[in-house]
Design a binder for this molecule. Structure first.
Ligand SMILES: [Zn+2]
Length: 389
């Protein structure tokens, strides 16, 4: 009985230590730099506990002592700084004909990136080639030994258990198993639906945002995700956010899903340019020069966009963020779109919180990398626990 109690006590002391380590790490991550006294007061921890935790993370390379802060008298305090470049995460977006690889630091800043032509095929050789591009992008310097993992943004719905791509129309896959991917990589791999990764990354980066509906426009259609309290909302079948297949016109254009009149059939970037690889810059230049054909296509495109956003806004009382390649072109025209959404009588004035995300150049790859960073900071990254640093 006594032995049992003692065991429980030891276990609970260890858990408290781990929890406190995580609290100190996340606080410094958020603030960047703080003195030991500030940390102690903010988290209500004892001096020796803070000293011990800081020592642990300094040895792991995650924290370091900064320069002395000038003070009027007494001992000059030295701030403790978070080393955002102590570890790195890699994000990979899988496309039909390309892979986009981004290496990010812990702050979410891009360190290196490569977009390479590589046609998707379900083979070990393909994944080994992706791994080679990852290694090349990471480089052979000290960064190579500080990679936490590779987040793969996949263009397809992932099963609720996370081990199967249940469907990817873009790649023509159904019930595609994911377990064989890992053996071709040098780093731990985590696979996520691309739009989920992109939405997650955008909200994770924002200090203000906790909840959002994220919409991403691609060459072939529209995808999306729902982020609640900075986490991906997965629903029952891991399918929320499939806004691209919301039917806007039951007798309308054929969609690649097999249905008719889906938003994707009107919202894909190919609808604007008519080319397989849309030249958006060229399209918007022509539009600005007053090209009548472009103006007509843009009008129809925006009308459908507004219709879809109105439906989303009526379903979710939260911010809507639009990301992807269209974002920089939509940014100067966002007021026009907002006005069209506001013209829906049920919405009127309460739909102004629609905005575009132009920060991420590769939102899916970056988001997949940031999922790794987030798991690391929350100490939930598989095979990589703060305790074992
Ligand atoms: Zn569809």
């Amino acid at each position: 009985m006594e032995a049992e109690l003692k065991e429980q006590q030891t276990f609970s002391n260890a858990s408290v230590r781990i929890i406190n380590r995580g609290r100190v790490l996340r606080l410094l991550f958020q603030e960047g730099s703080m003195t030991q006294l500030e940390i102690k007061n903010r988290l209500n921890l004892s001096g020796p506990t803070v000293t011990q935790i800081l020592q642990f993370f300094k040895e792991a390379g995650l924290l370091r002592e900064g320069d002395e802060i000038p003070s009027s008298g007494g001992r000059k305090p030295r701030p403790i700084e978070f080393c955002y470049r102590s570890f790195f995460a890699v994000g990979v977006e899988i496309r039909r004909h390309h892979v986009d690889v981004q290496v990010m630091d812990l702050k979410g800043k891009t360190e290196a990136g490569t977009v390479r032509r590589l046609v998707f095929e379900d083979s070990g050789a393909y994944w080994r080639q992706v791994n080679d591009i990852v290694r090349e992008t990471v480089g052979s310097g000290p960064r190579a030994g500080r990679v936490l993992g590779v987040g793969i943004a996949f263009p397809g719905e992932i099963s609720p258990k996370g081990n199967i791509v249940s469907r990817s129309t873009v790649l023509g896959l159904k019930n595609f198993p994911l377990d064989h991917i890992q053996k071709n990589f040098d780093y731990p791999v985590y696979v996520e639906y691309g739009a989920n990764a992109a939405g997650f990354g955008t909200v994770w980066r924002s200090r203000e945002l906790k909840d959002a509906v994220y919409v991403i426009v691609t060459n072939n259609g529209v995808a999306g995700s729902v982020i609640l309290n900075k986490e991906i909302y997965r629903g029952r079948y891991n399918k929320p956010g499939a806004f691209g297949h919301m039917v806007l016109n039951p007798e309308g254009r054929k969609c690649f899903c097999g249905g008719r009149g889906c938003w994707s059939a009107y919202g894909a970037l190919t609808c604007l340019t008519g080319e397989e690889d849309p030249d958006l810059e060229g399209f918007f230049k022509k539009l600005d020069r007053g090209d009548k054909g472009c103006a007509l296509r843009w009008k129809e495109y925006l009308e459908r966009f507004a219709q879809a956003l109105a439906n989303i806004r009526l379903s979710f009382d939260t911010e809507i963020i639009i990301g992807g390649k269209l974002a920089p072109y939509l940014a100067p025209r966002i007021d026009e779109l907002k006005k069209m959404v506001a013209a829906y009588p049920a919405l009127a004035e309460d739909c102004m919180d629609i905005w575009v995300d132009t920060e991420a150049d590769s939102p899916m790859a970056e988001g997949a990398a940031l999922m790794i960073v987030s798991s690391f900071l929350n100490d939930t990254l598989e095979g990589f626990h703060l305790e074992q640093l």
